[in-house]
Design a protein around this ligand. Structure first.
Ligand code: AMP
Length: 182
């Protein structure tokens, strides 16, 4: 329905056809000429624009809030179009060795689908599943790799040292780690 906002019905027919296919578009245009349909369409459109204005989509994972941040090198790592040393993966996460290790063991844990999590600060209740899963994977990998004591770090923002804007957890182990960190 958002695709059919009145503004978009002004699109050239070929563009509309690409959005929804010619049959649906011609049905939709025919229906719009009926006042009762046009009225309902307008009401739904208005309600959905309010959702946009109030950022309501952001709370509904996969439901309209698009991940518009730039792609990062981690997308290429997930797609395996650039190599990485993978330690663990499942359908949701990838764990691989950091290319510039800050400790004898330095792993990165990332969600395969970023889903607006370019930074941890954009997490909502809808991300609890993936965030919890990432932590469970850290524990599993730490145990399987025999890491012993380790530190888990998330840099959130450039001022905190973040360089790659695709949420990742650093797992550091294999040497004494001092506190406070730099
Ligand atoms: P951050 O500074 O928290 O954003 O961490 C990004 C991390 O990604 C750094 O520790 C980098 O060394 C690491 N990194 C960048 N490119 C690669 C790559 N191609 N393979 C593995 N790790 C990488």
């Amino acid at each position: 329905m958002p695709k059919f906002s009145p503004a978009e019905t002004q699109l050239p027919t070929e563009e509309l056809d690409k959005l929804a296919g010619p049959k649906l578009v011609s049905w939709y245009k025919r229906m719009l000429s009926q006042p009762s349909f046009a009225k309902v369409q307008q009401e739904i459109s208005d309600a959905l624009s309010k959702w946009d204005e109030n950022n309501r989509w952001a709370g509904i994972l996969h439901a309209g809030k698009r991940d518009e941040a730039e792609q990062t090198i981690f997308d290429k790592i997930v797609a395996k179009s650039i190599p990485s040393q993978v330690v663990f993966e499942d359908d949701k996460v990838l764990v691989f060795k950091d290319i510039n290790p800050q400790a004898p063991t330095h792993l990165l844990v990332i969600p395969k689908r970023r889903e607006t999590l370019s930074q941890l600060r954009f997490a909502t209740a809808e991300h609890e599943g993936i965030l919890g899963h990432m932590l469970a994977v850290v524990a599993k990998v730490a145990s399987e790799e025999g890491l012993g004591d380790y530190r888990l770090v998330v840099n959130d923002g450039r001022g905190a040292g973040q360089e790659v804007f695709h949420l990742h957890m650093h797992v550091l182990a294999g040497r004494p780690l001092t506190w406070p960190p730099g």
